[in-house]
Design a protein. Sequence first.
Length: 182
Amino acid sequence: MLVALSGTPGTGKTAVSNLLQKKGYPVISLNEIAIKNGFISGIDKKRNSKILDIKKLNEYVYKNYASGDLVFIEGHAAHFLNSAEKVILLRCHPEKLKKRLEKKGWNKEKVKENIEAEALDVILCEAVEYFPEDSIFEIDTSNKTIESISESIVEIIKSNFKPIKKYNIGKIDWSEEIFKDF
Ligand SMILES: Nc1ncnc2c1ncn2[C@@H]1O[C@H](COP(=O)(O)OP(=O)(O)OP(=O)(O)O)[C@@H](O)[C@H]1O
Ligand SMILES: [Mg+2]
């Protein structure tokens, strides 16, 4: 069973994945698979980043992981993989996300683009196009440690991915943040 772990850059996908792995849950990285297998369909010149070939990635993960035991696939495009059965989205308040992305050394434009996307629920909107609402879980990580986020994910695993009210989608509304001058 494949579970997508997605979220805007900086929301903690990789940090949480490392901890999940330590706890014995297998996690694969969408970026690593894409690079290793050449599933790159182009270069986004404006953003100086690789464009992932989602179709090929989806076929690959379907063939290799979909029918087996629980595996997480992490990456900010993981919610585009419809071979996943469930999606966990990590969310982070735009103010906090801004600090994290600045710390990463990202330029002002790239930081702004991503915190606006987080404020406007862009990844959630994309995910609901591919998945039924009750297959999507949202975790607000703004005031959580990496350990506590991993515990929330373990809670979701242990309840067999049945909907849990506190992780239902639609609870987060950071739309007002868009009016702030980032
Ligand atoms: N809940 C948290 N509390 C404190 N620091 C955090 C938290 N989540 C992430 N961080 C820190 O923020 C930074 C970005 O996290 P991380 O690299 O895991 O994000 P990501 O979602 O994998 O981003 P990308 O999509 O760019 O790969 C790291 O330095 C990480 O340690
Ligand atoms: Mg990452």
